[in-house]
Each structure stands twice: as C-alpha cells, then as structure tokens.
Design a protein around this ligand. Structure first.
Ligand SMILES: Cc1cc2nc3c(=O)[nH]c(=O)nc-3n(C[C@H](O)[C@H](O)[C@H](O)COP(=O)(O)OP(=O)(O)OC[C@H]3O[C@@H](n4cnc5c(N)ncnc54)[C@H](O)[C@@H]3O)c2cc1C
Length: 554
C-alpha cells in the first residue's frame, strides 16, 4: 500500500492550492481528482477579500502567481492566456414582469457598489476551466502527486491515519494518509463515507438554479441606455437582476462570453406554474419572456453548453473536522451565489489549514485537535452568517428599497474587513471571522435584519408601507455606523457608491487609527501603485494597495 502525509480529494482551486502550499511546507501530498482538467466549473466571481487571501498566500508561501492573479491588471500582465473578466463591483437592477427596466435616472431601481477604484486594481471573474487548470499545474510543479480520473470507493478513518481506496484506469489502489482533506465540493465524498449528518435544516435559504455560458449577450448599457453614469461601467461587474421569482447573475468575461443563471425561490418557481419545472430550456425561455429587458439582452445569445437545471443548490453538514480529517468550505456548506462569498471563504480556509499545518510541521505533522475544533466552529458560524445575509436579501427582494438597505449590511461588513486587513495587517488575520463573525457589532446584524424584514414582508412577499421601509433603512444606517468606513447608506449617493477615500479618512477612528496615522499610510500605498503616474490619485491608491517589498511593482 502506498502512503503519504496528506491526501486531498478534489482539485478545484481550493484543493489544488492547499495541496501546493502543503508541498511547499515540505509535506508529502497526494491530490485525487475524479475528472480531468481543463473542465467546466461554476463559481466565478471573486471579491476584494478573496484577492486579499490570494495575495497573502502568495506572499507567505512565495507563490508569485497567486499574487499576480489577485488584481485584473497584474493578471493581464502576467497571465493573459488565463481567461478572466473585469469585475469593478456589484451591480443590481430590479425588473418587474412584462415591463422593460425603467430608466428613471437617479431614481431607477439600480444599485452600484464599487469594489475597486479603477480597472487595474479590480477584481476578476475567473474562467474556472483555465484558473483551476492553472492551479493544478502549479501543484504538480510543486511536487504534489496528482492523480486524475480516480474513482474513490472508500475512506476508513482510524485514530492515527486514513485509508483511501479506489481505482484508476481499471487498477485498484489503496493509499494510507496521516490526514485527509475533502475538497470535493458538493461531491460530498467524506460526507458519504463518514455519514456526516446534514445540517440543512439550519439553512434558511432555498433556491433552484438554471444556468449556462453564453455568446452574444448584449450589455445593459445597450438594452437600457441613457442611465446616469455610475462609479464604473455597469456591465463590468457581477451584475444581479432581481426579479419576482428570485434573481439572475450575469458575469461577463473579457472575451465576451457571459456566465448567467437564474436563482429561483420555491415560491417563485411554483408561481410560474410550468408543466415541467425541471425543463431547463423551458424555464429559461419563460423567465426571459417575462422580463423584456432581459429578453433583449439575451435575444441573440447562444448557450455554449446545454442549459442545466439544479432543483436545490444548498447543502450543509454538521461537522467539518475530525482528528484526521477536514472539509473545505464548499464540501461543508453552500448557500447561494448572491454576494459572491464562495471563493473568498474557500481561500480563507486554505489560509487557515495552511497555517495549521505550518504550526505542525516540526512536531506532529498533523494539525492539533484544538485548531481543528476552532476551524470547525468557525465554519459553522460562518455558514450560518452567509445564510442569514442571503436569506435577508431574498426577503428584501420584494421591494428595491428594502434590498438596497439590506445590501448595505454586506457591503459595510466586507469593506470594513478589507480596510482593516489592508491598513493594519495582523499575523492572525486568517483566523478572523468571515462576514462579521466574531465582531460584536456586525455579527448580530444579519439575523436581526432578517427578523425585521420578515416582520415587514410577513413571509408572504409583502412590500410593507413606505414608513416601514424607511424605518428599516434608518435602522440599517444606524446599525452599521460603527463599521461604516466606506460612506455607505448615504441617500445623497443615490445608490451609486464609488470607492470613497474621503469617507475612509473621515472615519479613521473606526479603524482604531488617528487621522494622521491613516493619512501617513497613504503615500506609501500610493507609491506602490503599479505604473503610478497619470492614474495615481490619492483616492485611487486607497485600500487596495499593499505590495510586498520583494515583489517588483507591476
Ligand atoms: C451557481 C453557483 C454560483 C456560484 N458563484 C460564485 C461566485 O460568483 N463567486 C464565488 O465566490 N463563489 C461562487 N460560488 C461558489 C463556488 O462555486 C465555490 O466556492 C468554489 O467552487 C469552491 O471551490 P472548491 O475548489 O472548493 O470546489 P469545487 O470547485 O466544487 O471543486 C471540487 C472538485 O472535486 C472534484 N470531486 C468531486 N467529487 C470527487 C470525488 N468523489 N473524488 C475525487 N474528486 C472529486 C470535482 O471534480 C471538482 O474538481 C457559486 C456556486 C454556485 C453553485
């Protein structure tokens, strides 16, 4: 029987990156994949927090590609062959059945929140076929023993090791590992092997999905022209179209391909009253017909692969670790793509497990039980938190004012995390809670928001009175104020939020810094701007810049 120190099941980016980091730390790692690369994968839109994790992994473990892939500009300069899309922020529109999207100028049901001050520092959509393939190749180059097309039959967990057995190309194999990591995503390899109970009853969100990749999707600026200029071009973002039945995501890659899918609530699907709700092509057609502006956007579009339908995309387990095993977040829980939390959460877990193995490198060679218990508890709390933020958003979709107000909870939380992590980096940052977990101000807010929203909607999709909606927005503004460093929830912004560097300086005390301290950090940040020059204003050099000194700019 072969043996290794760490076996990882699943070579999505999370499994491959962790495998590679552990190999860099001197571990003997086997990475097992049931398919082959390149292959299609869903989950494409990254965020500033995801990119911070990538940068930290790059810097800590000397993985220059991770660092370069963390901004659109560096990605283009270093990996132009890996397909990606420019993501300047989060764009939301509310559509109503049988009516074109109403361009009412600054009163439109439209929300734009910039995540980056300009293109070169921006986030990206990852064409996962290319990106995941890249990370696998890098893992192999780092001496990870990668085996694809494996069919795993069994995992036996003992107190000192795990045995995995299966076959590859018709040949049986057995592998003994000191530790097993399940990065198989919703494949749920260990969940089945260890009969880990489902915790789905804790998850509030329920949604179905119909999706594909398309050629020929028209831009919103062309099908709903003349909207007032926002902080970035509307379409170069994670675009969210809110509809009565749920919402649609639309992510445009730089080569013009668009990843799009509808997420549908059970009530929304039932209301469509289709003879076969699982008929993806029919569902797609019916939804486009109901929303004329979306129909225009997709009028000439052709799917690049058959439309696919998944009746329920949520999963959740009750345990994420044991003495000899651990789950990556996507194997443990998934809620919904709303707010693009998956990549960032997965990368945070890569950081945590990498640190756990780093600490163990000179003695036990497997993470301490105490650390694994902490990892388990954090994933549980974070999965709950993601669910509450998303469940609140679904509840709020009944009226755009409610939605725009609730969304501020998410944006305040992530912008505060991003600014604190960039401006005052700490060694232990990877162990900070995701999405406000562990923050006495932020942690309770999603639950409270959901409660208040349900009072307004009465769980029936009511829109409430204008007074109720105004009071809800006021509550959000007040609740986030101790963490609102990004100038959010300001009516005078008319739902168009740029990266607001002045607000950051104004709110210096919220980050525990004096105004002078904060201002002092800025020239250094600005100086580190790649190709600093024409575009390098103080505002642009804000919270997105912190190049490591060993890494040449650009
Ligand atoms: C509709 C949808 C949209 C999403 N959109 C976003 C988004 O915009 N932004 C975002 O941040 N996140 C998004 N996510 C979440 C994102 O997809 C996940 O966070 C991400 O894919 C996690 O990566 P991973 O490497 O852990 O797992 P995966 O990408 O799921 O990879 C798992 C790998 O394991 C392999 N595998 C499975 N079973 C076995 C087995 N038994 N043996 C061996 N190998 C196996 C699979 O072949 C695959 O290669 C979305 C998810 C969904 C469902």
């Amino acid at each position: 029987m072969q043996s290794c120190e760490v076996a990882i099941v699943g070579s999505g980016f999370a499994g491959s990156l962790l495998a590679r980091v552990l190999a860099v730390l001197g571990y003997d790692v086997v990475l097992l994949e049931r398919g082959t690369h390149p292959r299609f994968a869903i989950g494409e839109s990254s965020t500033p927090l995801a990119n911070l994790s990538l940068e930290r992994l790059g810097v800590r473990y000397g993985l220059a590609d991770c660092y370069h892939l963390a901004t659109h500009g560096r990605w283009l300069a270093h990996f132009p062959q890996l397909r990606r899309g420019l993501k300047r922020g989060f764009t939301f529109y509310r559509h109503h059945p049988d009516q074109p999207f109403a361009n009412r100028g600054l009163d439109s049901e439209r929300l734009l929140v910039a995540a980056s001050p300009h293109d070169s520092l921006s986030d990206t959509h990852w064409l996962r076929a290319d990106v995941d393939h890249h990370f696998v190749r890098q893992a192999i180059a780092a001496d990870v023993d990668y085996r694809d097309r494996v069919d795993l039959a069994n995992a036996d967990v003992a107190s000192d090791s795990v045995r995995v057995s299966g076959s590859r190309a018709g040949t049986m194999f057995e592998l003994r590992a000191n530790f097993l990591i399940d990065a198989s995503g919703p494949g749920g390899f260990l969940a089945r092997q260890l009969s880990i109970p489902s915790g789905l009853e804790h998850t509030e969100t329920r949604s179905a999905l119909v999706f594909s990749h398309f050629d020929g999707v028209r831009l919103m600026k062309d099908v709903a022209p003349g909207m007032p200029e926002g902080p970035y071009p509307d379409d170069w973002a994670a675009v969210h179209h809110l509809i009565d039945e749920g919402w649609m995501y639309s992510l445009r890659f730089d080569d013009g391909v668009t990843s799009a899918g509808f997420l549908l609530t059970p009530r929304g699907t039932a209301a469509l009253n289709l003879p076969d709700a699982a008929d993806a092509a029919l569902l797609w057609r019916v939804l486009l017909q109901r929303y004329p502006t979306l129909a225009s956007a997709f009028a000439e579009a052709t799917p690049l692969m058959p439309l696919a339908f998944r009746p329920a995309i949520q999963h959740r387990l009750k345990r994420a670790t044991g003495e000899r095993w651990g789950l990556m977040p996507h194997a443990y829980a998934f809620v919904d793509p709303l707010f693009s939390t998956g990549i960032a959460w997965s990368l945070r877990a890569v950081e945590r497990l990498a640190l756990a193995f780093e600490s163990a490198a000179h003695h036990r060679r497997v993470p301490d039980l105490e650390v694994l218990t902490l990892y388990d508890a954090m994933l549980a709390a974070e999965a709950d938190q993601i669910d509450l933020v998303v469940a609140g958003a679904y509840e709020a979709m009944t009226h755009f004012d409610l939605f725009a107000a609730h969304a501020m909870l998410y944006f305040a939380t992530v912008s505060f995390a991003e600014a604190s992590q960039r401006l005052a980096p700490e060694e232990s940052v990877a162990w900070k809670g995701f999405l406000g977990v562990g923050d006495s101000v932020l942690e309770p807010l999603p639950r409270e928001s959901l409660r208040r929203l349900r009072q307004i909607t009465r769980r029936r999709g009511d829109i409430g009175t204008s007074d109720e909606r105004r009071r809800f927005a006021e509550w959000v503004t007040h609740a986030i104020s101790p963490r609102n460093i990004a100038g959010l929830a300001r009516p005078e912004r008319r739902n168009l939020y740029p990266v607001d560097f002045d607000a950051l300086i104004e709110q210096h005390q919220l980050l525990g810094m004096s105004r002078d301290q904060l201002v002092e950090v800025l020239p250094a940040l600005r100086g580190a701007l790649p190709n600093a020059g024409d575009h390098a204003s103080l505002t642009e050099g804000s919270v997105r810049l912190n190049l490591p000194s060993w890494m040449p700019a650009g």
